[in-house]
Design a protein around this ligand. Structure first.
Ligand SMILES: Cc1cc2nc3c(=O)[nH]c(=O)nc-3n(C[C@H](O)[C@H](O)[C@H](O)COP(=O)(O)O)c2cc1C
Length: 149
């Protein structure tokens, strides 16, 4: 069975719930989903991942949520081609009331591209009413992941 890694960066659990739903859906679609918080994986393990979905909220003033900052810093410190074997998509959670809307998700999307990964799915930036958009993005992303050998 093909593995699909799903990571969440969260403060109050919204991104975690979306990641859990995505894991369930991925398993139903024949993947072996591995759903984890961003503080439950290190960069060495992440280097060997081929399929990755990220669900990440933004906190403070455009900052990474608490469980995401260390991994983000570690990925940012990697060399240019480190993630050349990775196919990824990012769903960003945020609130348009803030100036730096969905900034953390934008940062994840950009850093993986910078480190050589393949953006398989366009990022979705979600406002507070995100359920339908997130469900649609999740379903189409998992379908797209089926195209990766
Ligand atoms: C204190 C606080 C700061 C926030 N800062 C931002 C921000 O800078 N940009 C943004 O787009 N959303 C911001 N948000 C909105 C959250 O990202 C949004 O509520 C999200 O759904 C939370 O997801 P989580 O439960 O996974 O952390 C903030 C929310 C709170 C309560």
């Amino acid at each position: 069975m093909e593995k699909l890694t799903i990571l969440y960066g969260t403060e109050t659990g919204n991104a975690e719930l979306l990641a859990m739903d995505a894991g369930k859906h991925a398993n139903e679609q024949g993947f072996e989903a591995d759903v984890r918080g961003m503080d439950q994986i290190d960069v060495d393990e992440l280097c060997n991942v081929r399929r990755l979905l990220i669900f990440c909220s933004t906190w403070g003033d455009g900052e990474q949520p608490g469980n995401a900052q260390d991994l983000f810093d570690a990925v940012s410190a990697c060399g240019t081609g480190t993630f050349s074997g990775l196919n990824y998509g990012v769903l960003a959670l945020g609130d348009t009331a803030f100036d730096l809307f969905c900034e953390s998700g934008k940062e994840w999307d950009a850093v993986f591209e910078e480190k050589g990964a393949n953006r398989l799915i366009e990022r979705m930036d979600c406002d507070t009413d995100y359920e339908d958009d997130a469900a649609y993005w999740t379903e189409s992303s998992i379908n797209e992941m089926k195209t990766i050998e």
